[in-house]
Design a protein around this ligand. Structure first.
Ligand SMILES: C[S@@+](CC[C@H](N)C(=O)[O-])C[C@H]1O[C@@H](n2cnc3c(N)ncnc32)[C@H](O)[C@@H]1O
Ligand SMILES: [Zn+2]
Ligand SMILES: [Zn+2]
Ligand SMILES: [Zn+2]
Ligand SMILES: [Zn+2]
Ligand SMILES: [Zn+2]
Ligand SMILES: [Zn+2]
Ligand SMILES: [Zn+2]
Length: 467
């Protein structure tokens, strides 16, 4: 696809001057090449595969867009909006609920609830029309067919035990409000519970506008903080934040793992800043795989990983490791306070002052319960740290390594790849001192171009960034 590409980084900065796709302002990315200078481009923030039929938006940052193309884009964006607004769907739901009988119909072909008067129009989809009891309308995630494409929605739902644990944890930690971002099942559980906890759901999936009123759900893109209902959607969300005044709010999110932690972290900061009055007592709960711990903590240093293994109901079995789920809960709450369920084998480690899983044995030498991946680690005296149980201490590499590794010192062994910007092996491209200078130069140019119309604002930039 990109034969010489060495990867892509997202550039977190204001997206307000970026061109827009149907999913709001695009993100600016930098692509690194092996044999040519890096280059920046704009692409959709919600659909991470341009080749799929989700969103194919692409624009080199250094190439001006013709006004005709921009006009066409605006038309496409407008056409992309769904047939019915959230307000219309809310009214339909009220009417449906008032219809006689305990059940309503849902057409899976058209992904829509059917009022009596519209049933005939769906006669041809009869085998895809399902009867749903009115009580179940409060559990839309159980009705909708999950969109489980990893490059966009990645709709993997928590299993019952995990939802139950989250609900009791939030109640025990005395939260008054929870903002569920991409967590429809947690929202459903809170709404159905008898606790005074208030919940609001933000999610990219428009289908939820048929089930939740505007005061408790907004169609939203987490990667660029875009409310699809514009100022109205934002106002409804702000109302919820305002109601948390004097209480304690949990921001609870389970984003697609392919999602960009820095972009999400920037959105969280924006959402928090919408609170009036400003002082909001909030904590963060972020569901992510343990092997992306570093990436996540770099983007969000207030978090730490708990040992709790999160269960999913529709996660493909082939992807679950032998050691069980690889997904963990990261939080800003003091780990000592988050009681993990003893019924699932978790215990309180008095020395670490946190709950650890059964297999995560405390190591007195490391002074920690060191396991991350759900196995019991073993202490290596030579490395003076605990390592994965199937690693061996390699006399050639002078450290513990997987049994089937290629020694670093061996001829033909892995060559240390230097920074993709300047080639220095002591740092990665993210930490390159030169890239800051480079981007500042680009930003200055972009700022200078801000007064120009969108099509001209990048005209002054060189077509390729030379490093
Ligand atoms: C991994 S699933 C999490 C669902 C959660 N485990 C549950 O059971 O409630 C990802 C969720 O994020 C939503 N989502 C995907 N992309 C999003 C985006 N760009 N902005 C907001 N929500 C998004 C999906 O619709 C889905 O509900
Ligand atoms: Zn898009
Ligand atoms: Zn239909
Ligand atoms: Zn311990
Ligand atoms: Zn140890
Ligand atoms: Zn070792
Ligand atoms: Zn070795
Ligand atoms: Zn460098």
């Amino acid at each position: 696809m990109y034969p010489s590409s060495r990867g892509v980084d997202v550039c977190i900065e204001g997206t307000e001057h970026h061109p827009e796709c149907p999913h709001g302002p695009t993100l600016l990315f930098t692509r690194y090449y092996e044999s040519k200078p890096l280059r920046q481009f704009y692409a959709c923030s919600a659909y991470r595969d341009r080749k799929s039929d989700g969103c194919s938006f692409f624009q080199w940052a250094d190439e001006p867009t013709r006004p005709e193309k921009e006009a066409l884009r605006r038309q496409i964006n407008a056409l992309h909006r769904p047939r019915r607004t959230h307000a219309e769907n809310e009214e339909r739901l009220e009417n449906l609920s008032a219809e006689e009988g305990n059940a309503v119909r849902y057409c899976h072909q058209c992904e829509t609830l059917l009022p009596k008067k519209e049933r005939k129009e769906h006669a041809e989809h009869e085998d895809r029309v399902q009867m749903i009891s009115k009580n179940r309308l409060r559990y839309p995630s159980q009705i909708l067919t999950p969109r489980d494409d990893d490059k966009s929605y990645a709709q993997y739902l928590f299993n019952e035990e995990s939802v139950e644990f989250f609900l009791s944890m939030l109640i025990e930690l005395e939260f008054s409000h929870v903002l569920c971002i991409g967590c429809p099942t947690v929202h459903e559980a809170v709404v159905a519970s008898e606790s005074p906890l208030q919940s609001f759901l933000l999610d990219l999936d428009y289908r939820y506008t048929q089930f939740w009123p505007q005061l408790s759900f907004q169609e939203f893109n987490l990667f660029n903080c875009h409310f699809f209902d514009g100022a109205k959607g934002e106002a409804n969300f702000k109302r919820f934040l305002k109601s948390a005044k004097g209480g304690k709010i949990a921001f609870f999110l389970d984003p697609p793992f392919g999602g960009l932690s820095e972009a999400i972290s920037s959105t969280l900061a924006k959402l928090k800043s919408m609170a009036r009055p400003k002082a909001l007592h909030s904590e963060l709960f972020w569901v992510f795989p343990y092997f992306l711990e570093k990436q996540l903590l770099d983007a969000c240093p207030s978090l730490h990983m708990l040992d709790y293994k999160i269960g999913y109901s529709n996660y493909p079995k082939s992807r679950n490791s032998k050691r069980g789920s690889h997904v963990r809960l990261f939080t800003s709450v003091n780990a000592e306070k988050v009681v993990l369920p003893a019924s699932e084998g978790y215990r309180f480690c008095t020395r670490c002052k946190r709950y650890s899983s059964q297999e995560n044995k405390h190591c007195t030498k490391c002074k920690a319960c060191p396991s991350k991946d759900g196995r019991t680690y073993v202490h290596c005296n030579l490395c003076t740290t605990c390592v994965k149980p199937d690693w061996i201490h390699c006399p050639s590499c002078l450290k513990c390594m997987p049994v089937s590794h290629t020694c670093e010192a061996e001829e033909g062994g892995p060559v240390k790849v230097g920074c993709h910007v300047c080639g220095d092996v002591s740092h990665k491209r993210r930490d390159c001192p030169r890239i800051g200078v480079l981007f500042k130069r680009k930003q200055r140019k972009r700022k200078r171009g801000k007064e120009q119309p969108a099509s001209g604002k990048r005209r002054n930039e060189p077509s390729v960034v030379n490093v």
